[in-house]
Write a protein that binds this ligand. Structure first.
Ligand SMILES: *Cc1c(COP(=O)(O)O)cnc(C)c1O
Length: 406
């Protein structure tokens, strides 16, 4: 199963915006003896004996996280982005309290108050949207904040390709006395590489995943600049919502942070954005609507309403030929979320493989060919695209291919 999955990842073009290829060093750090140890608590105050090395690892991970994001405090224990968000809510909200966030269909995340999640069931979310041009409607954010006086305002999204105006969000939060949470799960690698605006100094608290553009192990993290907030967050993570930290994953986070501090990573982050802009330009030139007209990040949202193909159909046809994308609801979508009218394309993973503008131009054109020719000679087209995909995958192997015998 391991070798099959390796081949699967090597032989397809991964264009899923939330995925990446962690380095071999990150993967190896996760497969270490750190997994055998209980280290409940925090460095210097553990509930188990023998945590000396755990303390060294966690302290170093915290130090590097703060350096990377230019802030004072970091909690590196959350097991995922969702748990990082849950901890922030546990720290600042009581059941029934109001918070303001972006709605899922406009690009927000499930944990930002969708009714099927804990965040939507235990609290009272109010949602803001994007305007008809695809940009966050800051007038609506302010209006809803003044009307509802939420205790917490969340900015940050899973399918929003544009810059977020963290300063504007902070000024609205200050106006109503709310805590501003910036959930940078998707953008953190770009922020670390200085290719996207930083949420500091504007945010009270910042959550992120470590496995998306940041290219680390699967996990989460919470950052802030204020001692009082940091103490609340620490108590909310442990003992609030988690037990023993995944020390082997924290070791891998440390490795990823060190990598992200390098000049190479900054080059990577800016290449990711350049590649996404090329993809958006190709689609526009071929008459496929790009939501919001472009991108400032690693992702491009396609609006297929006028392309006579649904999101799920596009996802399937593309996946069959080795172009792995995911369908995505677009704002005011008249399809169900399962069918959807859009697809989301991310450049972070293939950029890690070394692909640049030229390759992404080719990839975007392949996607357009498939969308345009979906109805006729599907078999021919799939075969032709498969050959092109195989060539690209072969020219840009996932970078630990040589280290394994698969
Ligand atoms: C991915 C994501 C999360 C959740 O991360 P998981 O590790 O999958 O739990 C939270 N918020 C945003 C904005 C995300 O994109």
């Amino acid at each position: 199963m391991i070798s099959d999955e390796f081949n699967n990842q090597n032989d397809k073009l991964k264009l899923i915006a939330s995925e990446n290829y962690a380095s071999l060093a990150v993967i190896q750090a996760q497969g270490t003896f750190f997994t055998n140890k209980y280290a409940e608590g925090y460095p210097g105050r553990r509930f188990y004996a023998g945590c000396e090395e755990m303390d060294r690892v966690e302290n170093k991970a915290i130090e590097l996280a703060c350096k990377l994001f230019n802030c004072k405090f970091a909690n590196v224990q959350p097991c995922s982005g969702s748990q990082a968000n849950q901890a922030v809510m546990f720290a600042f909200l009581n059941p029934g309290d109001k918070f303001l966030a972006m709605s899922l269909k406009d690009g927000g995340h499930l944990t930002h108050g969708h009714k099927i999640t804990m965040s939507g069931k235990w609290f009272s979310p109010v949602h803001y949207h994007v305007n008809k041009d695809g940009f966050i409607d800051m007038n609506e954010v302010r209006k809803l904040a003044l009307e509802n006086k939420p205790k917490l305002i969340i900015c940050g999204a899973s399918a929003y390709s544009r810059k977020i105006d963290f300063a504007a969000f902070r000024s609205i939060a200050d106006e109503v006395g709310a805590i501003l949470l910036s959930d940078i799960a998707h953008y953190s690698g770009l922020i670390a590489g200085k290719a996207y605006p930083s949420p500091f100094p504007y945010s009270h608290v910042v959550t992120t995943t470590t496995h998306k553009t940041l290219r680390g192990p699967r996990g989460g993290m919470i950052l802030c600049d204020d001692k009082e907030i940091a103490d609340k967050i620490d108590r909310a993570v442990f003992p609030g919502i988690q037990g023993g930290p995944l020390m082997h994953v924290i070791a891998a986070k440390l490795v990823a942070f060190e990598e992200a501090l390098s000049l190479d990573f900054a080059k990577y982050a800016s290449q990711v954005v350049k590649n996404a802009k090329v993809v958006a330009d190709v689609f526009k030139s071929r008459g496929i609507k790009v939501f919001s007209g472009g991108t400032d990040s690693h992702l491009v949202l396609l609006d297929l309403t006028n392309a006579q193909i649904s999101g799920i159909e596009a996802e399937n046809i593309l996946n069959w030929s080795g172009l792995v994308v995911n369908k995505n609801a677009i704002p005011n979508d008249n399809q169900t979320p399962f069918i959807a009218s859009g697809i989301r394309i991310g450049t972070s993973a293939c950029t890690t493989r070394g692909m640049k503008e030229k390759e992404f131009e080719k990839i975007a054109n392949m996607i357009c060919d498939k969308i345009e020719n979906q109805r006729d000679s599907i078999d021919n087209l799939i075969t032709r695209t498969k050959i092109d995909v195989a060539k690209l995958c072969n020219d840009f192997p996932i970078y630990y291919k040589k280290s394994f015998g698969f």
